[in-house]
Design a protein around this ligand. Structure first.
Ligand SMILES: CC(C)(COP(=O)(O)OP(=O)(O)OC[C@H]1O[C@@H](n2cnc3c(N)ncnc32)[C@H](O)[C@@H]1OP(=O)(O)O)[C@@H](O)C(=O)NCCC(=O)NCCS
Length: 190
């Protein structure tokens, strides 16, 4: 059977509602809002891509990424660091691979890797990046995106403690309105 030819493109206005549905189904209601997705369209530091199935024009995947000065990124994640930290924090410009989801019926085909490979390559070509960071959702001992990040060359550096606790969302894993899941912090140099 030939591989279906899916399309990867930046998020556009017409796909906001269906992308939001997929975000809600993947991470939990309210994790990303419609206002937030709209704001991504005109933010030069945000790279929000969608994966489309041209057969029915459905959004089957998304990837939200944001460029930061490294110092600003570290300032944001520092409150969630373990008390003892034994790694050197790099300087420069980083891109946070913030969240990514693949529609349930399309999982297990390495589409997350296909999407991330494309997105990271596009971002690296269009803007200077010194390293990528990934904040990967940890469901008790399981990190769903771990094998994908590993194949792309990310390495885990520490566990962040409940980084989404203050986000007004209902997590699809812990089911709490104030999410009690931790995150694994990954890094990949360019
Ligand atoms: C995590 C996620 C993005 C992975 O997407 P994917 O395109 O299915 O990724 P892969 O095809 O590479 O599969 C990932 C692993 O799950 C396994 N898998 C196989 N069938 C699967 C299925 N039907 N559903 C889920 N995972 C499956 C794969 O074998 C693979 O493991 P391996 O690398 O050890 O072989 C996707 O499961 C998802 O959207 N989950 C919910 C949201 C989420 O957790 N996002 C990450 C937040 S940081």
């Amino acid at each position: 059977m030939p591989q279906p030819s899916y399309v990867i493109q930046p998020l556009t206005k017409e796909y906001i509602d269906v992308t939001l549905q997929l975000c809600d189904a993947s991470m939990g209601n309210g994790y990303l809002s419609k206002d937030f997705l709209c704001s991504c369209l005109n933010n030069p530091k945000v790279f929000f891509y969608i994966l489309l199935n041209p057969a029915d024009n459905d959004v089957i995947g998304y990837s939200y990424n944001e460029v930061y000065n490294a110092s600003e990124f570290w300032r944001q994640v520092k409150p969630f660091f373990p008390s003892e930290q034994h790694f050197q924090l790099p300087d420069g410009v980083c891109c946070k691979v913030a969240t990514l989801g693949i529609k349930m019926d399309y999982r297990g085909q390495a589409l997350a890797k296909t999407l991330l490979d494309y997105v990271m390559d596009s971002i690296s070509r269009s803007t200077h990046i010194d390293f990528f960071v990934g904040t990967a959702w940890k469901q008790d001992d399981y990190v769903p995106i771990a094998s994908t990040l590993d194949k792309i060359g990310f390495v885990p550096i520490c566990i962040l403690h409940r980084p989404w606790h203050d986000v007004a969302a209902c997590c699809s894993y812990c089911k709490k309105k104030r999410c009690i899941c931790d995150a694994a912090l990954y890094i990949k140099s360019c």
